[in-house]
Ligand binder design. Structure first.
Ligand SMILES: Cc1cc2nc3c(=O)[nH]c(=O)nc-3n(C[C@H](O)[C@H](O)[C@H](O)COP(=O)(O)O)c2cc1C
Length: 208
């Protein structure tokens, strides 16, 4: 079982990477092979909107790293997306990645039936996390992946998605921030549940 995570943060190895690593760590503890891919390591140019992918399962842009990334997506059983919130949306890198996967979708849904999931985090407490999550989950569903969230059928009640925040509280009129999104116990517990839910779904799909 292989689960790959795609980090859309423009900062490698920071909060979004840390959350993705918690999800992957939990999945690995249950036997999954995992890999974290940082979009900052890939040269992916903008979609030209040439629409050539309507006719064949191939992107007309061949002189960048998208084809190599596409091979990794095709080889995975589970795809986990992570993006920080940028202006109540996903990051530019994540959006560009989504656009460039269009060739895996238009002629035939090449990623259909894989497990999908997403995590986000933001500076504020209501900084647009739900929108960013929905955008990534919509993308995964449009690509015909089976999307899991952080709900635990056996309890305890969790957040319904990983939507980290750096804000802790307002104290004496001043905002108090945590240093890392992973300093929040609930966010970490939600990440672990997401890892378990991904592994459980992939196991169910493979034993069908
Ligand atoms: C361009 C930009 C836009 C941002 N927009 C928002 C926002 O709309 N809401 C919010 O709460 N935080 C916003 N943030 C803060 C980031 O979401 C936050 O710092 C996050 O933890 C960064 O993730 P990283 O550590 O993986 O880079 C923004 C940050 C940047 C750089």
């Amino acid at each position: 079982m292989k689960i790959i995570a795609i980090n859309g943060s423009h900062r490698k190895g920071k909060n979004t990477a840390a959350l993705l690593n918690v999800v992957l760590g939990e999945a690995a503890s249950l036997g999954a092979a995992t890999e974290l891919l940082e979009l900052t390591d890939y040269n992916i140019t903008l979609c030209k909107s040439c629409n050539k992918c309507l006719g064949k399962i191939q992107c007309s842009i061949t002189d960048d790293d998208m084809a190599a990334l596409g091979e990794k997506l095709l080889a995975a059983d589970g795809i986990l997306l992570g993006s920080p919130v940028y202006w109540a949306n996903v990051s530019t890198l994540m959006k560009n990645f989504m656009d460039r996967t269009r060739y895996l979708h238009m002629g035939k849904n090449m990623l259909a039936g894989k497990a999908g999931a997403a995590v986000t985090n933001a500076g504020l407490r209501h900084g647009g996390q739900e929108w960013a999550l929905q955008i990534m989950e919509y993308f995964l569903k449009a690509q015909s992946l089976l999307v899991v969230d952080t709900r635990n059928p056996e309890g305890p009640i969790m957040d319904a998605g990983v939507a980290g925040s750096l804000v802790v509280e307002l104290k004496d009129g001043k905002m108090v921030f945590r240093r890392n999104a992973t300093d929040d116990e609930l966010t970490v517990a939600s990440c672990k549940q997401l890892g378990r839910n991904m592994v459980n779904l992939i196991t169910k799909l493979s034993t069908k």
